[in-house]
Design a protein around this ligand. Structure first.
Ligand code: SF4
Length: 162
């Protein structure tokens, strides 16, 4: 059978929710419905490493300020450099790379929304997580046109499939 030659990058927890902060309990193992949708469109999934695992698998949920440090940004950049190498391998061999799927509201992987601290409380606000900010910067620097969307906007990435 011929391979589809279509791939998509995803934030790690989309297919392994065990990496999420300890009190996050919406998903038992993965983002149900979204992962199936990608696979049913014959799109292969490239799972990015989870940057927040740097702080442990049972870490408490934190807001963007906690992650917005030079050290963490550098750590994200290292991950991104490796993803860009993978991107190049597929793109230079004429694979269709549909985009990158982030996680809405995440201080690291949020695309349209993230979480910040307001008056000592977490607040969901418009904005990007630290990893997505660095990913976008790298794509601009390298002239890479990688579409980046939150998981609930996956249709925007899949609709470009002929
Ligand atoms: S850092 Fe990204 S991949 Fe890791 S749990 Fe948070 S949203 Fe998921």
């Amino acid at each position: 059978m011929k391979r589809s030659r279509k791939v998509m990058f995803v934030s790690h927890c989309l297919i392994n929710a065990n990496s999420k902060a300890a009190t996050s309990s919406k998903h038992k193992a993965y983002y149900e419905g979204i992962v199936e949708k990608i696979l049913h469109n014959d799109v292969g999934i490239i799972q990015a490493p989870c940057p927040e695992l740097l702080y442990g698998v049972d870490r408490p949920p934190m807001n963007k300020e906690f992650y917005d440090t030079p050290e963490y940004r550098n750590y994200c950049k290292e991950i991104i450099d490796s993803l860009i190498e993978t991107y190049k391998i597929y793109s230079e061999n004429n694979y269709q790379i549909l985009g990158f799927v982030g996680i809405e509201g995440s201080p690291t992987c949020g695309v349209s929304m993230t979480h910040i601290t307001v008056n000592g409380e977490p607040k969901k606000v418009k904005g990007k997580g630290v990893f997505i900010e660095e990913l976008e910067k790298k794509c601009i620097e390298k002239g890479i046109d990688l579409k980046i969307k939150d998981q609930d906007d996956i249709d925007d990435l899949l609709k470009v499939i002929p």
